[in-house]
Design a protein around this ligand. Structure first.
Ligand SMILES: *[C@@H]1O[C@H](CO)[C@@H](O)[C@H](O)[C@H]1NC(C)=O
Ligand SMILES: *[C@@H]1O[C@H](CO)[C@@H](O)[C@H](O)[C@H]1NC(C)=O
Ligand SMILES: *[C@@H]1O[C@H](CO)[C@@H](O)[C@H](O)[C@H]1NC(C)=O
Ligand SMILES: *[C@@H]1O[C@H](CO)[C@@H](O)[C@H](O)[C@H]1NC(C)=O
Ligand SMILES: *[C@@H]1O[C@H](CO)[C@@H](O)[C@H](O)[C@H]1NC(C)=O
Ligand SMILES: *[C@@H]1O[C@H](CO)[C@@H](O)[C@H](O)[C@H]1NC(C)=O
Ligand SMILES: *[C@@H]1O[C@H](CO)[C@@H](O)[C@H](O)[C@H]1NC(C)=O
Ligand SMILES: *[C@@H]1O[C@H](CO)[C@@H](O)[C@H](O)[C@H]1NC(C)=O
Ligand SMILES: *[C@@H]1O[C@H](CO)[C@@H](O)[C@H](O)[C@H]1NC(C)=O
Ligand SMILES: *[C@@H]1O[C@H](CO)[C@@H](O)[C@H](O)[C@H]1NC(C)=O
Ligand SMILES: *[C@@H]1O[C@H](CO)[C@@H](O)[C@H](O)[C@H]1NC(C)=O
Length: 506
């Protein structure tokens, strides 16, 4: 997909550096592969990066080839974490604000021949259980940046890398930025960034934090054959604009050379069913003569946007966006002067997002909490990463699920479990088959097993369990509704025969 311009303008950035104070609360800045406990402040951006240890359980740390560790390369790309094991590996971040909060999530990748193979991999990126995008790196120094705006459906964010058999997945940077809930408001919980342009910039460097309080990346865009307008004056960012594009971005704009020309921008989505939101930012940055008017109409696929006639306010940011998403294989944005306009139309900045639908629902929260507790409690050594059931192809080893995603069977036979049976097993309320055989479990068989409504098979053989079997459980076993397996035949009396030893072993 490309954002083209066919009527097109140039800029200088001569401005007073007037930084507002923005702290980094609501930021998670993770430099993947950085040694445990390390942290640093990036010299250019002043962003505080930390190691990824604690956000990921798997993978190995690497440095890129020294050949590429140049002074012009941002430090975050010097290290990375690769995932040679398992089909899916996940980062897990728990932002303070939790469920319902809106975050910009950014992942970045640079291969840099870290493995000496001179072979760039291709892999998939997932946000939780849904495909976010594919990561395809052209060459060793290509930097890929993927950004998504996401309203959290739970208290955590899971970013997963999936091995497609085309090289080992890795990640260089993971960043989360808390947004305000009234920013980029749509009925959708995920918007992927297609383009965010600082129109009229003549710099070759993207604007980000601290110029942007939310650390969005604005890439310079100079429309060919367009005029560049610039100002060094302050532009009001407050007012009614909750998106707050950075001052430095708003201080430059492009305009066609002649007053009668249009600004036309074309978007050609790969997926014609894709749905897009377009945010255009305007501010008048030229002091107009009394007899001058700059006024235009914005059309998206020939449909006028509200307001139908718009005149940018002097040194004041206004944003115009579509209320309903636009689609099609060819999306044309046209900014046309009205008949009474004496000046060309302008544009200072533009953002385009694509709706990323959630095609899959995650596993029921109760099951997730229970299985996570079991995983932690017994330090289960299996390929247990990301969501337990979804997507089906990557569901956890030893468990089966039903739809909507609930855990229907769990096989932890011969898995080195030791200690007591955790009550969390009884929170798997849809479970039909539970196999805990051949471990070192001790203590009592839980009463609550008898009340798992769907349980039809329970195997506890080969453990060091003691005590009485719950009568209700035996009752279910004797009526045939539950297939209960233990090491020795069960007596209908409801307890295990105690032999010479004080303890009975199931
Ligand atoms: C900014 O615009 C003024 C005219 O308004 C022009 O003289 C100047 O060269 C421009 N500066 C840059 C850096 O584009
Ligand atoms: C690497 O790929 C990028 C595009 O992703 C390209 O701009 C760059 O020129 C390429 N570099 C080399 C050394 O081939
Ligand atoms: C960016 O521009 C500066 C001068 O404005 C130049 O020194 C530098 O080489 C440029 N960088 C790239 C990557 O083009
Ligand atoms: C810019 O102007 C030149 C000369 O008039 C022309 O050849 C070129 O096609 C124009 N580029 C665009 C993108 O319109
Ligand atoms: C506006 O007035 C100026 C002189 O003040 C003149 O040069 C210019 O042509 C006028 N513009 C229009 C559109 O009438
Ligand atoms: C855009 O979507 C609507 C409804 O979702 C559909 O009817 C229409 O055909 C789509 N337009 C294009 C150009 O695909
Ligand atoms: C603008 O001018 C064009 C042609 O000169 C005319 O067709 C159109 O109706 C005018 N629009 C308005 C809003 O006056
Ligand atoms: C969005 O999600 C769909 C599947 O849910 C995926 O195919 C697509 O690549 C994703 N990315 C974008 C940019 O839409
Ligand atoms: C659990 O897995 C073991 C092999 O690891 C297998 O022998 C056993 O039959 C499985 N249990 C169930 C209930 O499928
Ligand atoms: C029991 O588990 C151990 C490893 O924990 C394994 O070596 C052994 O083969 C298992 N026995 C049976 C009967 O599955
Ligand atoms: C089972 O789930 C409930 C919430 O539904 C929770 O309060 C309880 O702590 C869980 N029990 C265990 C042992 O995890």
């Amino acid at each position: 997909m490309a954002l083209y311009n066919y009527l097109l303008l140039v800029t200088f950035v001569s401005f007073i550096v007037l930084l507002e104070a923005h702290d980094q609360s609501g930021f998670f800045s993770i430099d993947c592969g950085l040694p445990d406990g390390s942290r640093y402040t990036d010299e250019i951006t002043d962003i505080n990066y930390i190691s990824d240890v604690g956000f990921v359980e798997t993978g190995t740390s690497h440095s890129i080839d020294t050949e590429f560790q140049t002074s012009s390369l941002q430090s975050q790309f010097n290290n990375l974490r690769s995932f040679p094991q398992g089909k899916r590996n996940c980062y897990h971040v728990q932002p303070q604000q939790g469920k319902g909060s809106k975050h910009l999530i950014r992942t970045r990748f640079m291969y840099g021949n870290y493995d000496g193979q001179h072979k760039t991999p291709e892999f998939d990126l997932y946000l939780g259980v849904n495909l976010w995008d594919s990561v395809i790196l052209d060459n060793e120094t290509t930097i890929i940046t993927k950004e998504i705006i996401h309203t959290l459906g739970s208290d955590h964010v899971q970013v997963c890398l999936v091995d497609k058999g085309r090289g080992t997945p890795f990640m260089s940077v993971l960043e989360l930025r808390l947004l305000k809930n009234d920013m980029y408001e749509t009925p959708h919980d995920k918007l992927t960034l297609i383009a965010r342009r600082d129109v009229g910039s003549i710099s070759n460097i993207s604007v980000r934090y601290k110029d942007d309080a939310y650390d969005r990346l604005w890439t310079p865009r100079q429309f060919e054959n367009f005029t560049t307008l610039n100002t060094s004056l302050a532009i009001d960012q407050s007012g009614n604009n909750n998106l707050q594009p950075p001052l430095i971005v708003m201080r430059t704009a492009n305009a066609p050379r002649k007053a009668i020309q249009y600004i036309n921008m074309l978007l050609e989505p790969k997926d014609p069913k894709g749905k897009f939101y377009i945010y255009m930012h305007f501010a008048e940055i030229v002091k107009l003569q009394r007899n001058d008017t700059r006024e235009f109409t914005i059309l998206v696929n020939n449909e006028p946007m509200e307001p139908t006639v718009f005149s940018p306010r002097f040194l004041f940011t206004d944003t115009i966006s579509n209320k309903n998403p636009v689609n099609g294989s060819r999306i044309e944005i046209s900014i046309r002067p009205t008949n009474r306009s004496t000046l060309q139309p302008i544009i200072n900045a533009i953002e385009v997002y694509q709706v990323n639908e959630s095609l899959q629902s995650p596993t029921h929260q109760l099951d997730v909490e229970a299985i996570m507790k079991i995983k932690a409690m017994y330090r289960v050594k299996k390929d247990w990463q990301g969501d337990p059931c979804v997507p089906r192809d990557y569901s956890w080893e030893g468990l089966n699920c039903e739809n909507p995603p609930r855990i229907a069977s769990l096989n932890l036979s011969s898995s080195g479990l030791s200690g007591l049976i955790d009550p969390a097993f009884c929170n798997l309320t849809s479970i039909q088959k539970l196999d805990l055989s051949n471990n070192s479990l001790k203590g009592n068989v839980l009463d609550c097993f008898a009340y798992l409504p769907s349980l039809t098979e329970l195997n506890l053989e080969g453990n060091q369990l003691t005590g009485l079997l719950p009568p209700k459980l035996l009752e279910r076993s004797s009526t045939g509704s539950l297939k209960l397996r233990c090491a020795r035949p069960l007596k209908s009396l409801g307890y295990f025969e105690e032999s010479n030893t004080k303890r009975a072993t199931i």
